[in-house]
Design a protein around this ligand. Structure first.
Ligand SMILES: [Fe+2]
Ligand SMILES: [Fe+2]
Length: 388
């Protein structure tokens, strides 16, 4: 019987699974959780991965992934809440409460490639063309153009901006903020629907829900990070409200009809996100976004991705692009599976960025092999005498 079907994981008793998982993540627990107890929540959740979780930590990173990032502003907070526009977390509240997410080594950050998956089936073509249509519509409404700078151009930066060759920092930020408000929707909708399906059908979920929730939160953390750079106008907030109302409901209905098409759609959307952040990184590195060249990374980003204390915004862009590449890989992989029966191959661990950054996703047979490898790791954990 296929390992993907009907979850091999179900066969383990809860206690033996826990012991096995503990063994798989033992190096990580020793290196991170024990040495850095304040980071325990991230890393305890991270126990479901192996190589991903061992390479995180820059010890200089501050604590409090969501808790302290508003140090970037001068707002005052007391007691349990504050009136700040982005966060109600008082400045003296410390701690991490985010779900598992990968943190990348420096060579992983550079391993991401811009990729595009050619549509093979009719539903693939629908998903791909919908993303193209959305991208065209968004570019049109936001006035974004991909005009390439003429070779040997002697135009100044100002002339390039006026000629529509280069976006300003403000325009980049508007684009990024809007995209991130949309990007956080699919993972949550899919997780909710799978959760409800599990309750309704009284059947286990095969490990999809957590990965989907992690993706949704990861996108929301992108938004929280970039919100430290700019407070949007009421018009912008109105546009986000409208877009969320439409997109949430459309995605909800679409996911009920065809989850695979929806994951393919998200896979293509994430291809665009990788492209967008790659272009943004190129603009910063070529000096065409001077305000961002040496801008320090927001505190929330240093906490979340475990960046060095002197990290720059450019480092954050690389980390966000790697996240988008993870979403691209995960969603294209999930779109290759049977959502009713197959185990999520990323329920316990994920490949590193040398795979996720250079490959569009696992085909079903590759996912099965990956599940078998995870199964072996669990088995090794179980037979290790120290785990008894
Ligand atoms: Fe994102
Ligand atoms: Fe994404």
């Amino acid at each position: 019987m296929s390992l993907l079907v009907k979850a091999t994981l179900i066969r383990a008793t809860p206690s033996s699974r826990l012991a096995a998982l503990h063994r798989v993540s033992s190096v990580f627990i020793t290196e991170n959780t024990l040495l850095r107890p304040h980071a325990s929540l991230i890393h305890t959740n991270g126990s479901q991965s192996n190589s991903l979780t061992r390479k995180h930590v820059h010890e200089e990173s501050a604590s409090g992934t969501e808790g302290r990032h508003r140090e970037d502003s001068s707002s005052t907070k007391q007691g349990l809440t504050s009136s700040d526009g982005v966060s109600t977390v008082p400045a003296d509240v410390h701690g991490d409460w985010v779900l598992f997410h990968p943190v990348y080594s420096s060579d992983e950050l550079k391993a991401v490639e811009v990729l595009h998956r050619d549509a093979k089936t009719i539903s693939d073509k629908i998903a791909c063309n919908l993303v193209k249509l959305m991208r065209w519509g968004f570019d049109f409404v936001s006035g974004y153009k991909h005009k390439s700078i003429p070779p040997n151009s002697s135009m100044t930066l100002e002339e390039l901006k006026q000629g529509g060759y280069v976006l300003t920092e403000k325009a980049w930020l508007s684009r990024i903020l809007f995209l991130e408000t949309v990007a956080g929707v699919p993972g949550m909708v899919a997780a909710v629907l799978r959760h409800l399906g599990s309750l309704r059908l009284m059947r286990r979920d095969s490990g999809w829900i957590h990965t989907l929730l992690q993706e949704a939160e990861n996108e929301r953390m992108h938004l929280m990070t970039f919100m430290t750079l700019r407070q949007p106008t009421w018009l912008f907030r109105g546009l986000v409200l409208g877009a969320q109302g439409v997109f949430y409901n459309l995605f909800f209905l679409s996911y009920l009809i065809s989850p695979r098409t929806c994951h393919r759609f998200v896979g293509h959307l994430e291809e665009e996100a990788v492209l967008t952040y790659t272009r943004c990184i190129q603009e910063i590195e070529s000096g065409r976004l001077p305000e961002w060249t040496d801008m320090p990374a927001p505190e929330i980003a240093k906490d979340y991705w475990r960046l060095e204390s002197n990290a720059k915004l450019l480092d954050v862009m690389y980390a966000v692009r790697s996240d988008e590449s993870t979403h691209r890989f995960v969603n294209h992989s999930l779109a290759n599976l049977n959502p009713k029966t197959d185990v999520n191959p990323f329920a316990f661990r994920e490949p590193d960025m040398h795979v996720k950054g250079k490959k569009l996703g696992f085909e079903r047979n590759e996912a099965e092999k990956y599940v078998q490898e995870s199964h072996k790791l669990l088995q090794q954990g179980r037979v290790d005498p120290e785990s008894k």
